[in-house]
Write a protein that binds this ligand. Sequence first.
Ligand code: HEC
Length: 154
Amino acid sequence: MSHASPLKLLGLTTLSVLLTACGGQSADPDSPEGKRQALFKQILNSSEPMDGMLRGRLAFDADIFAAHVERLVDLSDAPWEHFPEPGDSRQPNAARPSVWSDAAGFAAAIERYQQSVSELAAVTAEQGDDPDALLAPLTTVQQACRGCHDDYRR
Ligand code: HEC
């Protein structure tokens, strides 16, 4: 048995801080908040293994990678309709008020994300068995996730 690395311990601490910050509550799955959070989880369930394959944590498999890309394409316009006007919903969520007060900026962030996913799909169709070619377009997708989260997610 090897000792847990400091990095691994740090990762676990960060995770528990994040979980605590979320209050351990989840939204009603039938509410808009619950629906969009479930869709974001599905998006994560594809983007995480793709990241793992290109950054050496998982074995690269071109077919599995391509299936995840297809899933990201399918899901790329799914979460957004579940951001109705906030009204007086009390469902736990992590959307910032800027989603609504800066609707144009949010729409632009969606557009940027969807374009990055299309570009990843195009490269995958051409060079899907070359992990080196896939890294840059996947990184652009991840930057689009992060860019939106920085501005519109608590
Ligand atoms: C255009 C904006 C935008 C983009 C692009 C975006 N997200 Fe998000 N994401 C959000 C917002 C806003 C929330 C908070 C939703 C809520 O709590 O209701 C969120 C929440 C999440 C959550 C938490 C879901 C939960 O269980 O509460 C995950 C995981 C997530 N996003 C992953 C991703 C990944 C991975 C990508 C890219 C592949 C991505 N998101 C792209 C805006 C975005």
